[in-house]
Design a protein around this ligand. Structure first.
Ligand code: ATP
Length: 560
């Protein structure tokens, strides 16, 4: 069972201690039963024992102590395990390549971090509670055996028969549970379309109706499967209850027929059997959540494996260069020096291809040869689908190259230093995300932010609010200006902009090409821009034109 494996592998504290505490609580509960029976017997004789009262008090204190201690321990442990699980997924997402997330699906990852985690979170304490109930049942059974061997044997046989039938039926219910969870996940995916495509949905009633119908179908399926599963569980619960009441009837009607001395212990045995109803109910009621949790954990593991598989292909272990040998240490030192003062960035015979299908090969890029210099502006131009963004993704280390070398100051970047290399770039890519918070910028110079906001002509719209922009609710062009401010605040030696000016008005386009870019060049940055704005091609020191995944010419621009 995955839930058990998870507990064993992730638990920090000794689970045996938790189980021991739970057992102690069960033993204390059984003691209460034994004492109640003994006191009842005394009461029948008109006696009352202070010793039994004291023992009852001690048992209750023992029960409360063990129950509280184990609950605290389990709650802390469960939250720790969930925290570790979440971190594992965050880490896998961090390491994944750009295609992986698209393949796995954002909705699935979100579902894993919310819905599935919630299921596991609910099931873990229930499972440990189930352990407690089982221990309690064992203790009460031992007591029952001591009271009447016949009653014990009869109950045990009945319990084995009922459990076998129950387990057979559970297998079928678990399969239905898995189907129900699948349906819910499909529903989640459709919901992402509805929420993210909100405007498109609102603007087109046919699209809206088709999408809602799809959601309706999935929701109906999820509803039907879930209610079938719930109904099956209710039947199971009723079956267990029925078996229990059958057992009670047998104890008071059948056992006396076969045993002569049963009347001495009939009351105690019946009380003991009554004591079992709670634990049996709790144990049975907790079982469905194990099936749910197992499915949820399988999903979480599945997502993790998919992300990890992509990591294997990506060959990016995000590790620091291991300074094992002298040669490796020298290479590390050389690379650190190169990254500390980047004068030149070069691509040599870079090749890459998207995975193809059986019908057609994937789009291929290369061989790409290019050099980008400090204090220079390079434009990359080309038609739609020519391969500009793909080349940019290779250049900034977002996608792994299939062959060829990327080097900084003639120092090749090994794959295990890819993250250090990526850290040299500030980017505003075509599918950029604008963070309101300025993550990863240690010291924010408020005056500089003010100046940049004024330069971008949005000082009356946005302000600095602590370590974040006061708002990102702006027009598309203004949001891009804000993204460029964030990129500048990162103070990276290389700035890459993919069609940054595409949604700027004519006035601000000229501000960008004629003022902002030259000012950034004067700061000694390497500037690389994908652009279609041929009116400003003369602002570039170098222009590369892309066609079918290759640079067809590289020429020095006007100011070179
Ligand atoms: N994730 C992907 N998987 C497979 N093929 C892709 C993927 N992204 C792009 N392509 C293919 O690569 C080609 C180049 O895409 P790319 O985005 O690099 O072009 P681009 O020059 O930036 O185009 P645009 O000017 O339209 O942004 C496309 O024709 C497309 O077929």
């Amino acid at each position: 069972m995955l839930l058990l494996d998870l507990l064993r592998s992730q638990s920090r504290s000794d689970l045996r201690l938790a189980v021991a505490l739970l057992s102690l609580a069960s033993i204390a509960t059984t003691m209460v039963l034994v004492i109640v029976n003994m006191a009842t017997e005394q009461a029948e004789n008109g006696e009352a024992s202070m010793r039994l009262l004291a023992m009852m008090g001690l048992s209750l204190i023992g029960y409360i102590w063990a129950q509280k201690k184990s609950s605290d321990m389990i709650a802390t442990e469960v939250e720790h395990i969930l925290h570790e699980l979440r971190l594992r997924i965050f880490d896998s997402v961090r390491k994944a390549g750009p295609d992986t997330l698209a393949k796995v699906g954002q909705g699935t990852v979100q579902a894993a971090l919310t819905q599935e985690m919630q299921t596991v979170s609910g099931a873990l304490p229930l499972m440990l509670n189930g352990v407690q109930q089982v221990v309690l049942l064992i203790c009460v059974s031992v007591y029952l055996a001591w009271l009447s061997t016949f009653a014990f044997v009869m109950i045990t046989v009945l319990a084995i028969v009922v459990s076998t039938i129950h387990l057979q039926r559970i297998r079928r219910i678990n399969a239905a549970t898995r189907a129900a969870v699948e349906d819910e996940n499909l529903l989640f995916g459709g919901l992402t379309d509805l929420l993210q495509g909100f405007k498109e949905v609102k603007m087109n009633s046919q699209r809206r109706d088709a999408l809602i119908k799809g959601l309706d179908d999935r929701s109906t399926r999820a509803r039907d499967t879930k209610s079938t599963v719930k109904a099956q569980w209710s039947r199971e619960f009723a079956l267990i209850q029925l078996a229990f009441y059958g057992m009670m009837a047998a104890m008071v009607f059948i056992i006396p027929i076969f045993t002569s001395d049963y009347h001495d212990v009939a009351v105690q045995t019946t009380t003991a059997a009554l004591f079992m109803i709670g634990p049996i109910g709790a144990a049975v009621a907790s079982v469905p959540s194990f099936g749910d949790a197992d499915v949820a954990l399988r999903k979480i593991n599945d997502i993790d494996h998919q992300l990890e598989d992509a990591l294997g292909q990506h060959q990016d272990h995000d590790a620091k260069i291991p300074p094992a040998t002298d040669k490796a240490k020298q290479a590390t030192a050389k690379l650190q020096t190169a990254l500390g003062n980047i004068n030149e960035l070069a691509l040599r015979d870079i090749r890459f291809a998207y995975p193809g299908t059986s019908d057609s090969p994937g789009f291929a890029v290369g061989p790409i040869n290019a050099v980008f210099h400090k204090g220079e502006i390079t434009f990359i131009t080309g038609g739609n689908g020519a391969g500009k963004s793909t080349i940019i993704a290779l250049l900034i280390g977002l996608r792994p190259v299939a062959s060829g070398t990327i080097s900084v100051n003639d120092c090749p970047i090994p794959t295990n230093a890819l993250q250090q290399y990526r850290d040299q770039f500030a980017t505003v890519l075509s599918d950029y995300h604008l963070f309101r918070e300025l993550y990863g910028i240690d010291t924010i110079d408020a005056d500089r932010v003010k100046m940049l906001l004024a330069q971008m002509e949005i000082e009356d719209k946005v302000d600095l609010d602590g370590r974040a922009f006061s708002t990102t609710a702006l027009s598309q062009g203004q949001r891009k200006r804000l993204a460029l401010i964030a990129a500048q605040l990162e103070e990276k030696p290389i700035l890459v902009l993919d069609e940054w000016a595409a949604d700027q008005d004519p006035h601000f386009r000229s501000v960008f090409y004629e003022k902002i870019l030259p000012a950034l060049r004067d700061q000694g940055k390497i500037i690389i821009c994908v652009t279609h704005d041929d009116r400003w091609f003369d602002q570039a020191d170098r222009i590369y034109h892309v066609r079918d995944g290759e640079f067809i010419d590289g020429r020095a621009g006007a100011s070179a």
